[in-house]
Write a protein that binds this ligand. Structure first.
Ligand SMILES: [Zn+2]
Length: 144
C-alpha cells in the first residue's frame, strides 16, 4: 500500500508557525492561495507540509513552509497591500479597494462587508493572505 493511501498517515500541519526570518507567529495559507500569487508558479514545487503567510509589514518574507523554506515578496506577482504603505496598494483584492480608497471613503468597508456576507468575495484566491481583507481594514485606516 502506498503511503498516500493509508488514512491518517499525514498529520495536519499546525495552524500557526513561526516565520523563519522575523520570528513572529504567522497563519496557515493554502497552496492554492500561493500559486495564485506566485510569479512563475510552475517553477515552485509544493511539498506535503504546511505553508504560512507572513503578515509583518517589515518582513521580506511573503510565504514560508514548515521546513523553513521561504518565498520572498519579490517572488509574488503583485504588491502585498498589508506589506506596502503606498496609497495604491490593494487592501481588498476581491473588489479592488486600494489603501487610498479605504482612507477617503469609510463606507467602502461596509460595501465589502455586505458583499462578503452575500458570499461574493474570493479572498482565498484573490487576497495574497488567503483571508478576508476585512481584518486588514482597521489596521490600514489607523496606521495609514
Ligand atoms: Zn516574516
Amino acid at each position: 500500500m502506498h503511503e498516500c493511501c493509508s488514512p491518517g498517515a499525514i498529520a495536519a500541519p499546525p495552524k500557526k508557525c513561526q516565520c523563519p526570518v522575523h520570528r513572529g507567529e504567522c497563519t496557515a495559507v493554502s497552496a492554492q492561495t500561493i500559486i495564485h500569487h506566485l510569479k512563475d508558479p510552475w517553477q515552485w514545487t509544493e511539498k506535503n507540509q504546511g505553508y504560512y503567510f507572513c503578515e509583518d509589514p517589515a518582513c521580506e518574507v511573503a510565504y514560508f513552509g514548515e521546513d523553513g523554506s521561504v518565498i520572498s515578496k519579490q517572488k509574488v506577482r503583485g504588491i502585498i497591500g498589508i506589506k506596502d504603505d503606498s496609497p495604491h496598494a490593494l487592501i481588498c483584492y476581491c473588489f479592488g479597494v486600494s489603501r487610498a480608497n479605504a482612507l477617503s471613503n469609510p463606507s467602502i468597508r461596509d460595501y465589502v462587508s455586505q458583499k462578503t456576507k452575500d458570499g461574493l468575495c474570493s479572498c482565498k484566491t484573490s487576497n495574497p493572505s488567503g483571508r478576508c481583507c476585512l481584518k486588514d481594514f482597521p489596521r490600514v485606516v489607523t496606521t495609514g
